[in-house]
Structures are given as C-alpha cells and as structure tokens.
Design a protein around this ligand. Structure first.
Ligand code: N01
Length: 549
C-alpha cells in the first residue's frame, strides 16, 4: 500500500525506516520488504551483525545453544547452517549473520556507516523525519528501532584517562586494522588490565591470561558465574539437531526466556538437602544455562531457596580457586544468585590460579585515576601496557537516548523517560506515534533469547503495520490508560521477584536524596509466553489500547 501524503508534505521517502542491522533489525527489514513496503535500513557499522559485528573481543561467544538462536526456524531461513560448536564463537556468529543477510537479501535496503542523529515526528502528516549523520533528512511513516539493548558502550570517565600512554579501548570497540579486520593483539610480554567482571570480562579474562605477561583484573563487584560446558558438534549431532528443529522452536517459544530450559516444578525449600545437592551437581555439570533456568521454581522468589543454590556455587568457587582469600573475593555477597545475568564461563576461576593473574579489589581500594603509565588505586599503582574496559553498556534505553527522538509537540523521548520508560507492551510510547521499539524497554523480548524473541516480535510488528495499512490508518500510539496500566504491571511484576534486589544492567538505579536506592526495571520480566500472549490478545482485539487514526 502507498503511504498517504499529508498537507504541505509529499509522500514520505519510505514507508518504513529500520534503525539497526543486527539479528532483529535485519529480519524486520526483510519482513517489511516481503510485505511490499518501501523500507530503508540504517546501520552505524560497516556491515550487518549488530552485537556480533561490534563485539570482537577474544573469547566472545554465544551462551545460548547455537541451534536455539536466531533464524534457525523463523520462516525457515537457514536451517542448513552447520554449527561447529554447541555455543558458537563470535566469528561464526558474524558469518551466520552475514549468511542470513544474503539469504534474506537485505543489504540492498541498508545504508551502512550511517548513524541516525535525530528523528522528529510531524503531526501534520503522521510521518517521521529522520536526520542522518550525513546531514540528509529522510522521511517515513513507520519508524522502527532495532538498536539493541546492549549496544551503547559505557566508558567510565576516569580522571587522567587522556594522559594514559598505553593502549585502551572498550570491549565492544576492539581495535581494527585499516582493512576493517579485527586486530589480533599479541598480549605476550604485556602487562594488561581488564576493568569489569560481567559476562564480557568473564569471557575475556581466561583468554588474555594465557598469553599476557601479567594480567590485573580490576573487580568492583563479583558475579555468580557457572560453567558454559561448550563442545564441538559432530555431523551426527547436527543431523539430529536439524531433524528436531520444529520441536526445538516450539519448545523455546514456551519457555520463559526462549532458552531451551524450563524450571523444575519443585520448590527448593521442599526438597531434602541431599537430593537438592545432587540436583545442583547435575545442573552444574550440564552445558549452558540449566543451573539458572532449570533450577527450582522458587529460585527467584524465595531468599531461602536462592541461598541453597548460592551456597552451592560458592562452594564450587572455593574448590576451584586455590587461594582462599582470592576465592572469597570472587564470591558475591551483594546479590542473590541469578538476580544479575549469570556469566557463563570457561576456566574463569582457574585463571586466578595462574601466577600471572592478579585480582585487584577496587571496592576496597577504588581506582583514583589514570596516569601516563597505568592505573592508580587508593593503595597501589599498576603499570599497564593495555587496558580493556569490559565496563558494559548503557543498557536498553542508552542507544535510544543517543538519538534525539522527538514526538508530538517536540516531546523528547529522553525527557519523557527520565524517571524510567513508560510504554505499552514495550513497543510504543504515548506521544511518539508510529514509533516501535524492537527488543526495547519494558518489552518481553529484551529479557530473552533475543535471536528468537526479537524475531517473533518483528513478526508481530509487521502484522500491526499490515493491519493499519489494510484499513488506511496512518497513525498509532498507546492510549494513556493502556500505557499506564502496562507500565505499572511491568514494575509490579519485577518488584515481586528477587530481581529487585540487584543492580543488574536491566535496572535503572537512582539514589534518592535520603540515600535510599530506587530500582526500576528496564525490561519486562513476566516471561516470553505471557508477554506474547498479551501481545496476541491485543492484536486479536483490534490492537486494543492503541489509538489508531
Ligand atoms: O557488562 P556488565 P558486560 N569502575 O554491565 C564493571 C551480554 N553479553 O559487557 O557490577 C569499575 O554486565 C561492573 O561493575 P559493577 C549479557 O547479557 C552476552 O560484561 O557495576 N568497574 C561490571 O563488573 C551481559 O549481561 C555475552 O560494580 C566498572 C562490569 O564492569 C551483558 O551483555 C557475552 C565501572 C560490567 O558488566 C553485559 O555484559 C558478553 C567502573 N566505573 C555480554 N563501570 C554472551 O555470551 C562498570 N564496571 C552472549
């Protein structure tokens, strides 16, 4: 269908603009094109891949079972892919993303090396005017962000950083060669610092430890980490996986996070101690997220049940780390197990048994700043050749905040969400008509296996747009009431769980003037199936809660 022109404004340049060429954005672009819309994709990187394009640090890999991620069954785009490992490494993931782009033939819709700087909604014709960093302005009716929940890197503003003479960079901006290929930094003979011990740091540290002369890990908060258990996949394994794809897809659609695990039906508090331990041992030995996602059903609801598992994992850390003082520093004391993302590790704890690896507790002796030769903490100076910032991301809203998005009457999205996001179903916000956020704030696809949940969401958004087009509707935004109810529900669901006790990346933490900490979730934690059920109910009821005109 042709997008209608408004007064004083010709037909928009495009029906839809999709921001981002990661796994979700590419798929949305493909679906829109298939449906006959004129679609433009904008991507800051030089090519497709999103997360897998930007994160090229050593050790970077998927921690979802490869075969349960992405386009494996969505529209049957690439069932033929031959995964080499249970948890594929970043180079393979990037090849996979490129192969998917070829199969969907989406590159022709994209402008690469291009950033969206601003987007302004024009109420007079229900269109968006999108300003690119080239200065060009392109217009569209439907604006869809697929900017990723973990794409806006967070670089701490340490004093003296500019004066540091060594090499330093964020983990998601690994240095590249002039031809764009990733630099294979040789750490041999080098004194290396890694700041941050989240999922990224935990992947980098054991790899760099193998070759660095000295590795200093600057840890502010330890995390509960459990073994990834990666292994190669044989031809027989792959044949079996392929034959099971339909089942795998149906299964991940019904699990809370679209990972191939479901919770044990028992409560941890009801199971005798010996049986509990045996169960934990079994989970700990399994590859992947089982220990987090197949554990007792009250893991994230009961402090008592949670402590059983936390104590078990603490015991494992003490067994694996030889120096008891180091082991104690690696055991979290500030958050229950699984209330922050559990980093999946391969020889992470063993890295601390090496003579060249040193744990620096910057909670005890904070970093005071950088000097020409390295990092000064409250009690020592660390002479460093390279510093890797594994300091995470300005998550979920960060990538949107970096674009000047203005809705009706010039309302700035960043201002509208200054106290935390307010949305309906996590896909649209009042005052910002025709703007969809895929895998965005308060959206059930962000706390999920994004490869699957982002794809399912793109399909839902396509149906909503098709619904509008079939009826000649040119604008859609949530009603005040629908948005308020959804937002309250998201916060309420979150506050009922132990997740409300941790400063995970999916939480916006604000310190109030009286010193109390307020934690507001940035994601919907009610589970994928419940989320999609709600989205389908809304769709069935003619997009109830959206005001369409
Ligand atoms: O980031 P994080 P990440 N001074 O925010 C520390 C996904 N992912 O990049 O906890 C000193 O978890 C910070 O300390 P603290 C996955 O969803 C997936 O590691 O704030 N330290 C923390 O230790 C993951 O959860 C894979 O006290 C500072 C670390 O930096 C998400 O990305 C692999 C600091 C940041 O940890 C983010 O993980 C990797 C400062 N000023 C990532 N600021 C897969 O396997 C921050 N820190 C698919």
């Amino acid at each position: 269908m042709e997008a209608a022109a408004g007064p004083g404004f010709g037909a928009p340049d495009f029906d839809a603009i999709v921001i981002g060429a990661g796994v979700t954005g590419m798929y949305q672009t493909y679906l829109l094109d298939e449906a006959g819309l004129r679609v433009l994709g904008i991507e800051a990187g030089a090519d497709v891949g999103g997360t897998w394009y930007w994160n090229r640090y050593p050790g970077c890999r998927l921690d979802t079972e490869s075969y349960a991620y992405g386009y494996f069954a969505l529209k049957g785009i690439i069932p033929e892919w031959r995964w080499s490992e249970t948890f594929a490494g970043q180079p393979e993931m990037l090849r996979y993303a490129n192969y998917a782009a070829d199969k969907m033939d989406v590159r022709r819709h994209y402008r690469f090396n291009t950033r969206v700087e601003a987007a302004r909604y024009d109420d007079s014709n229900s269109c968006w005017q999108v300003t690119l960093d080239s200065g060009e302005i392109v217009s569209c009716r439907f604006l869809i962000s697929a900017t990723g929940p973990l794409s806006a890197s967070r670089m701490p503003d340490f004093a003296g950083l500019d004066s540091y003479k060594g090499q330093s960079f964020h983990s998601s901006r690994w240095p590249t060669n002039p031809d764009g290929s990733v630099q294979d930094i040789d750490f041999a003979g080098k004194r290396v610092g890694v700041i941050g011990t989240g999922a990224t740091g935990v992947q980098i540290i054991p790899i760099v430890a193998q070759s660095a002369q000295e590795l200093f890990v600057f840890q502010r908060t330890p995390n509960w980490c459990t073994p990834l258990g990666n292994s190669p996949l044989s031809d027989e394994d792959m044949a079996l996986i392929r034959s099971r794809y339909p089942t795998i897809l149906e299964y991940v659609k019904i699990t809370d996070t679209a990972f191939p695990y479901h919770r044990d039906t028992r409560k941890g508090t009801e199971v005798p101690a010996e049986e509990r331990e045996a169960f934990f041992e079994e989970l700990y030995d399994q590859p992947g997220y089982g220990i987090w996602l197949s554990g007792f059903r009250d893991l994230l609801l009961s402090k008592e049940s949670n402590k059983f598992l936390a104590d078990f994992v603490a015991k494992k850390i003490r067994q694996r780390v030889k120096d008891p003082a180091v082991a104690e520093k690696l055991i979290p004391t500030d958050h229950p197990f699984g209330t922050k993302r559990v980093p999946m590790e391969t020889n992470y704890y063993e890295a601390y048994n090496r003579d060249n690896v040193h744990l620096v507790d910057i909670r005890e002796a904070p970093i005071q700043g950088f000097e020409a030769g390295g990092i000064r903490t409250a009690d020592a100076f660390y002479d460093l050749d390279v510093v890797i910032f594994a300091t995470g991301f300005d998550a979920v809203t960060g990538s949107l905040d970096r674009i000047d998005i203005r809705g009706r009457n010039g309302l700035r999205l960043k201002d509208a969400w200054s106290e935390g996001p307010s949305t309906y179903l996590g896909v649209q916000a009042r005052g910002f008509p025709n703007f969809w956020t895929l895998v965005g704030p308060h959206n059930g696809s962000a706390f999920c296996n994004v490869g699957v949940c982002g794809g399912l969401q793109a399909e839902w958004v396509l149906r909503m747009i098709a619904y509008m087009q079939a009826r000649g509707l040119t604008s859609s935004e949530p009603s005040e009431r629908a948005e308020q109810r959804w937002t309250e529900e998201v916060y309420r669901d979150f506050s009922r769980t132990l997740l409300a006790e941790a400063n995970a990346w999916w939480v916006k933490t604000t310190e109030r003037p009286d010193g109390t900490i307020e934690r507001r979730t940035l994601v919907h934690v009610g589970g994928g199936p419940e989320y999609r059920k709600r989205c389908e109910q809304v769709a069935y009821k003619n997009y109830e809660g959206f005001e369409m005109a």
